[in-house]
Structures are given as C-alpha cells and as structure tokens.
Write a protein that binds this ligand. Structure first.
Ligand SMILES: NC(=O)C1=CN([C@@H]2O[C@H](COP(=O)(O)OP(=O)(O)OC[C@H]3O[C@@H](n4cnc5c(N)ncnc54)[C@H](OP(=O)(O)O)[C@@H]3O)[C@@H](O)[C@H]2O)C=CC1
Ligand SMILES: Cc1cn([C@H]2C[C@H](O)[C@@H](COP(=O)(O)OP(=O)(O)O[C@H]3O[C@@H](C)C(=O)[C@@H](O)[C@H]3O)O2)c(=O)[nH]c1=O
Ligand SMILES: [Mg+2]
Length: 296
C-alpha cells in the first residue's frame, strides 16, 4: 500500500511520519519538497504529483492554521484549507484512493455547553473555521473514500502551540491573563497520528467506514486551567518560571480581544469514533504530561 503524506513537518504531520511508517510505503512531502510538489497553493502541481505517485491513501496534514491572520488573509487560507483539499479529493477519487483530512472545533459557533456531535449544525465564528468547513464540504461532495477528523487544541513537543507559548511567557513575564470561559480538550498530535493509522487500516478494508469523526482526548478544561497545569508542571520540574501562581489571572473572553472570534464551547463528542473503530481515548492530562516530560 502506497501512502502519500502532505504537511509532513507540522505538529500532526511529524507524528504521522512515525505512525504511518509501518502501515505502508510512505512518501512524505512538505511545501518545499523538490522531487514532487507538496505545495497546497499549487493546484496543478498537486494534481500532477498525485497522478505520478498513484497513492492508495492520501493523508493531508497541511493547513493554514494561523487563526488570527486568517481574518486578513482569507484568500490564502481558503486556497490551502478548502480549494486544495477539494482538488485532492477529486484526484483521490480518480485513483480510488482513501483521503484522510483534519478539521477543527472552530466550525461550531460555541453556544451552549453540550459536546457537539458530527450531525450538529455548523456555524464557524471565524475565517479559519469557515475555510476549514469549506474544505470538509468539498471533500464530502466528491463522495469518494474519505476520513475527516475534527480535532481541537492540538499540541506536540515539536511545533507551535498554546502550551509552549505559556512556557515561554511564564519565563518572560510576571503576570498572565488567560481566558477562562472557553472550554475544550487539548489533544496530542501523537494521539491523532496513532488513531489515524488505526482508522486507515480499518477503512482500507471497509470503505463504508468513510465519513466525519470527532477525534479529541477525553475530558475538558479551559485555556486558563490548561495554562496553570502546564506552568505548575514546569515549575515542579525545576524550570525557571518568573510568574507567580497568584499572578496567573483567569479572564473572560471579553477581556482578551483578538482579531478572530473563538467559540466558548469547543467540546466535541467522540462516541461515533470510539464505537466505529473500537477505540479508547485517554484523558487529555496524560498526553500533556508526556509532552512536558519530553520537552522539560
Ligand atoms: N493546531 C491546532 O490546534 C488544530 C489543528 N487542527 C487541524 O489539524 C491539522 C494539523 O494541524 P497542525 O499539525 O496543528 O498544524 P501546524 O500548523 O503545526 O502544521 C501545518 C502544516 O501545514 C503546512 N502548510 C501550510 N501551508 C502549506 C502549503 N501551502 N503547502 C503545504 N504545506 C503547507 C505548514 O508548513 P509550512 O510551515 O512549511 O508552511 C505546516 O507544516 C490541520 O488540518 C489543522 O487545521 C484542528 C484543530 C486544532
Ligand atoms: C497567548 C494568550 C492566549 N490566550 C487565549 C486566546 C485564545 O482564546 C486561547 C488560545 O490561543 P491560541 O492563539 O493558542 O489559540 P488558537 O490559535 O485559536 O488555537 C486554535 O488553533 C486552531 C488551528 C484550531 O483548530 C483550534 O482547535 C485551536 O487549537 O488563549 C489568553 O487568554 N492569554 C494569552 O496570553
Ligand atoms: Mg494558534
């Protein structure tokens, strides 16, 4: 089985290089690859690359993930998050290949407090979420073999994420204001990559498993509680931390203005994923502790 991985150096892409290696013959690309085009902004290059490689599985871990910047760079965000995945879906269908793709909690408006199911209505609060939703829709419209995993609050030892931002700020500043009314589950790139490998094996044998699945760690937290969890672990591990525990302040969303609006409720229900693929998803704290142990 030939697997094509796009976005190999992102948080999830890096872990997929590990988890997909034993699943099939892996060809991993990024935007700067030279043998084959791995640039999602080059649509004709992408098509030519897929026709040359003729993969059995395409895993797209590339995305425009700068949430605030997407508000002012909509065209680039849409090209990478929507148009290119649509082109990949078309090419995958032509080759009868399985397309695996990732989406986000930011497709939901964030109202209420119930965990969202895959069938719940979508209403993205920002342009990143809007373009990610358009990507989902273009893939589904092809009706080829596909898996779309919506995840949230992704972190990894390698790459940029909220936990690493907090470690940096805790060393530099003596006070922090952190939003305490946005709820969700930090989800490790390792978990996403491991579940992806498992689901690919099942879906290749059983294409009717195609569809949309929520994939997040178990439990929930807020950005504030998550920040405290990370900073206190780092302090206990002996990392030099400048900020006092009492000077990490919980604030409402209204007190932390950003260009992009974020949902208050990012909880995702994973029942469909767990039942379909016989999976157990670990509590979010386990993965974050592992990541901290690795980087501290
Ligand atoms: N990060 C998060 O918190 C969340 C992410 N997701 C989704 O999960 C998936 C993986 O995200 P994650 O690993 O965190 O993202 P990262 O931001 O870590 O990685 C994204 C990768 O996409 C690449 N990329 C951007 N533009 C292009 C392009 N034009 N051509 C090729 N590659 C490109 C980047 O490479 P380069 O730097 O070289 O441009 C980067 O390596 C994405 O679909 C994302 O939308 C969902 C929910 C939460
Ligand atoms: C730096 C900082 C952020 N915040 C808030 C802003 C925001 O609401 C929240 C997280 O900030 P970030 O910029 O890391 O989050 P953001 O980039 O919005 O993270 C999102 O990325 C995309 C790709 C996704 O798909 C989402 O699931 C989610 O992970 O924390 C504070 O309250 N205080 C701070 O000092
Ligand atoms: Mg971000």
């Amino acid at each position: 089985m030939k697997i094509l991985l796009l976005g190999k150096n992102g948080q999830v892409g890096w872990e997929l290089q590990r988890s997909l290696a034993p699943v099939g013959e892996l060809i991993a690309l990024d935007s700067r690859s030279t043998d084959y085009c791995g640039d999602l902004a080059n649509l004709s290059g992408l098509l030519e690359m897929v026709d040359r490689i003729r993969p059995d599985v395409i895993v797209n871990a590339a995305a425009y993930t700068a949430v605030d910047k997407a508000e002012s760079e909509v065209d680039q965000a849409r090209l990478v998050n929507a148009t290119a995945p649509g082109v990949l879906a078309e090419a995958a269908k032509r080759h009868d290949a399985l397309l695996v793709h990732y989406s986000t909690d930011y497709v939901f408006d964030g109202s209420g407090s119930a965990p969202r199911q895959e069938t719940d209505p979508v209403a993205p609060p920002n342009m990143y979420g809007q373009t990610k939703l358009e990507g989902e829709q273009l893939i589904a419209a092809q009706a080829g073999k596909h898996l779309i995993f919506r995840t949230s609050w992704v972190y990894a030892a390698r790459g940029n994420n909220f936990a690493k931002t907090m470690l940096r700020l805790a060393k530099e500043r003596d006070s922090l204001n952190i939003i305490n009314d946005q709820h969700g589950a930090p989800t490790g790139a390792e978990l996403i990559a491991d579940v992806t490998a498992h689901a690919i094996r099942r879906t290749v044998m059983n294409p009717e498993l195609s569809g949309l699945y929520h994939l997040v760690a178990t439990g929930e937290t807020t950005w504030f509680d998550y920040a405290r969890f990370v900073i206190e672990h780092a302090r206990a591990a002996g990392m030099p931390i400048k900020v006092n525990t009492d000077d990490i302040a919980p604030v409402p969303t209204s007190a932390f203005p950003t260009p992009a609006k974020r949902p208050l409720n990012s909880r995702l229900s994973t029942i469909r994923l767990q039942n379909t693929f016989d999976l157990v998803l670990p509590p979010w704290e386990r993965g974050v502790e592992r990541m901290l142990t690795e980087i501290l």
